[in-house]
Write a protein that binds this ligand. Structure first.
Ligand code: FAD
Length: 285
């Protein structure tokens, strides 16, 4: 039996995830990308030109970087390839940390732009970063990971389909809905919409519960303490009242036994709420 995967966002992470998942014939993979497919072909090289390609980035995406600050433009790639449509194409130079051989099919070149060379010249401690290229050309992640995988029959890519919400069935996500109202069902969902749009999609879909389970545990602990205190002071029955009676009779053994019972009930009820919390809000653990 195959597993249906829905990958949301065809950027740096989404292209690699979709490509890797579709290597397994048991997976049926659908990738939904908000932007268009700009097609294969040379991507503007380093030096700032890539940031002038307005069609390749979200035009009105702004973020507030500091509390109380004004909204500032946030550059993010729009289309298959995601932010590699506009990024600098630099990879970490540390071969142990980020071995280029692990990143195949990407190859490296040591070619440096004017700015990179100036930085290297300016500081003896500076080390050259690696520029990622394929066949000598700057490419997007879609070109090196996704396009070669498109021949597979178990991979489908749908562009210009922004996902607007995720729908829950029981306690799992079962469906994604796009801006034009199309619903995609799957067994597994991978949201790769970038650092800003991934959390906003989850928030829009109500997938962030404001700590209901944790609040319930705290309230249970506080409530239990109050009940016992009230029973000790004034109630004719209950565990607290039994402690008062045992105290009046000088039965220290009974007082200790009752305190242990109260503790056990408190710990057990807290553990039950903890387990409930974990099973109801699995995505939080
Ligand atoms: C100007 C610039 C230069 C950079 N230079 C470098 C560099 O030299 N080296 C380096 O390592 N990193 C660089 N980075 C950072 C790097 O590009 C990002 O960290 C990386 O691309 C993020 O990958 P991602 O998959 O999380 O998001 P992205 O690559 O942004 O992909 C997200 C994708 O999801 C799509 N999407 C968003 N919302 C939805 C939705 N609701 N439904 C469907 N699809 C959606 C978007 O259209 C996009 O295609 C640079 C970034 C910028 C902005």
């Amino acid at each position: 039996m195959s597993t249906r995967w829905l990958v949301i966002g065809g950027g740096t992470a989404g292209c690699v995830v979709a490509s890797r998942l579709s290597e397994d014939d048991h997976n049926e993979v659908v990738l939904l990308e908000a932007g268009p497919d700009h097609g294969p072909g040379p991507v503007p090289d380093r030096g700032g030109a890539y940031l002038d390609e307005h069609a390749r980035q979200y035009p009105e995406l702004t973020v507030i970087r500091r509390q109380g600050g004004a909204p500032e433009p946030y550059p993010q790639g729009f289309g298959l390839g995601g932010t590699t449509l506009i990024s600098g194409g630099l990879a970490a130079p540390d071969p142990e940390l980020f071995a280029v051989s692990n990143l195949l099919p990407i190859e490296k070149t040591e070619r440096l732009g004017m700015l990179g060379s100036a930085v290297l010249d300016a500081d003896a401690r500076a080390r050259a970063a690696t520029l990622v290229r394929h066949n000598g050309e700057r490419v997007t992640v879609a070109d090196v990971y996704l396009r070669p995988a498109l021949l597979r029959t178990n991979l489908m890519v749908v562009t210009e389909s922004p996902v607007v919400s995720l729908a829950l069935g029981g306690w799992s996500v079962v469906r994604a809905v796009t801006a034009d109202g199309i619903e995609y069902e799957a067994d597994r969902f991978v949201v790769c919409a970038g650092a800003i749009q991934t959390p906003t999609l989850l928030l829009r879909s109500g997938l962030d519960t404001p700590g209901i389970g944790e609040a319930l545990r705290v309230m249970n602990g506080i409530g239990w303490t109050y009940v016992i205190l009230a029973e000790v002071i004034n109630a004719p029955y209950g565990l607290g009242a039994l402690i008062t009676v045992a105290g009046k009779r000088g039965r220290v053994d009974q007082i200790f036994a009752l305190v242990i019972v109260i503790l056990v009930i408190g710990v057990v009820s807290d553990q039950i709420l903890k387990l409930l919390n974990r099973s109801l809000f699995r995505w939080k653990t």
